[in-house]
Design a protein around this ligand. Structure first.
Ligand code: FPP
Ligand code: MG
Ligand code: MG
Length: 321
């Protein structure tokens, strides 16, 4: 199955989600509305809604309920990005100026809070305590992960485990929870809820590792942000860790990567990481996670929903943008 086919089958539900998203960022306070709709207008893959809707297909599919959960998760993701761009002082996201660079940091913080609150209001209509507990626990862990990330910036002696824990919290948890909430919303078999959650977890891990590779191999046009932005920010990703710990390039890299590194130093570090085999190593680990994620799918009933999840998983790790 091709990615286009998946979006084709989900089109009417995704359009519904999109219209709902648009409604949720409205406010009587027009400055807030403008800032809140800013990132929404830039588009995005709507990955979390796609996972909610597809996971929902393993039980009693109720479009209204699932779209509500899908919109809520996309809003939480958006809120976290608006806040993240303040913390990271990012100027562009999805190819357009960030909310903070367009409206300032103060507006961006309240905009993130506003979007987050709207997400919670939406979800409060779902009378299932398990769903609320799962989501709030995930957000707690997301925040803990971000704090650990700050601690780990430019920490060259961090372990592979530090990195894996970080990306688990930053990315895998929200994808895992999207799959689980989709399945729980449609009262799926507990074994299927579990398999879908694990699928999301492993896919999130693979997705983030590939994302971290693309920071080295992609272009500014495709990324919507400068190449090597992670490295310059001090985010020590898997390819860098491999080059640092497992290759002779490690010694030179240690001198190049520091909080005041220049663009020239960053470019030199990027070339060293590329030559070290770090990207190939990271791709191998991403493929290991992909394998684990596909295994979880084999525990689910055959059908279009399962085929779609498989196609997304394969696309995620093969993407070059
Ligand atoms: C992007 O990572 C950041 C996240 C995925 C999570 C950010 C989480 C928070 C700010 C805390 C939670 C807040 C709310 C409102 C729920 P990145 O900076 O490495 O990637 P990027 O390249 O996309 O900026
Ligand atoms: Mg960040
Ligand atoms: Mg960021």
């Amino acid at each position: 199955m091709k990615l286009m086919d998946i979006y084709f089958h989900l089109k009417s539900d995704l359009d519904y989600v999109e219209k709902w998203l648009d409604k949720e960022v409205r406010s009587k306070q027009k400055d807030l509305q403008n800032a809140a709709s800013h990132l929404l207008k830039a588009g995005g893959k709507r990955m979390r809604p796609v996972f909610v809707l597809l996971s929902g297909q393993f039980g009693d599919y109720d479009r209204e309920k699932l779209a509500r959960v899908a919109v809520s998760l996309e809003l939480i993701h958006m809120a976290s990005l608006v806040h993240d761009d303040v913390i990271d002082e990012a100027t562009t996201r999805r190819g357009i100026p960030t909310v903070r660079s367009e409206y300032g940091n103060r507006m961006a913080m309240y905009t993130g809070d506003f979007i987050f609150a709207r997400a919670l209001m939406l979800l409060s209509e779902i009378p299932n305590a398990k769903i609320h507990q799962l989501l709030s626990k995930s957000i707690v862990r997301l925040c803990e992960g971000e704090i650990e990330q700050i601690r780990d910036f430019f920490r060259l002696n961090q372990t592979f485990r530090n990195y894996l824990r970080r990306i688990e919290r930053k990315t895998a948890i929200l994808i895992e929870v999207s799959c689980k909430l989709g399945a729980l919303t449609s009262q799926s078999d507990p074994l299927h809820v579990r398999a879908l959650g694990r699928f999301g977890h492993f896919l999130g891990m693979a997705f983030q590792i590939v994302d971290d590779i693309l920071d080295f191999t992609s272009t500014e046009e495709k990324l919507g942000k400068p190449v090597g932005a992670d490295l310059m920010q001090g985010n020590i990703t898997l390819p860098v860790l491999y080059a640092l710990h497992c290759t002779p390039a490690g010694e030179t890299l240690r001198r190049l990567i520091h909080p005041n590194m220049s663009r020239t130093e960053a470019d030199e570090a990027i070339s060293l990481v590329k030559a070290s085999g770090g990207l190939e190593y990271a791709k191998k680990i991403a493929d290991l996670y992909l394998g684990k994620c596909l295994h979880q799918l084999s525990l689910l009933p055959k059908g279009r929903a399962r085929d779609s999840l498989e196609a997304i998983a394969l696309f995620t790790t093969a993407r070059e943008y």
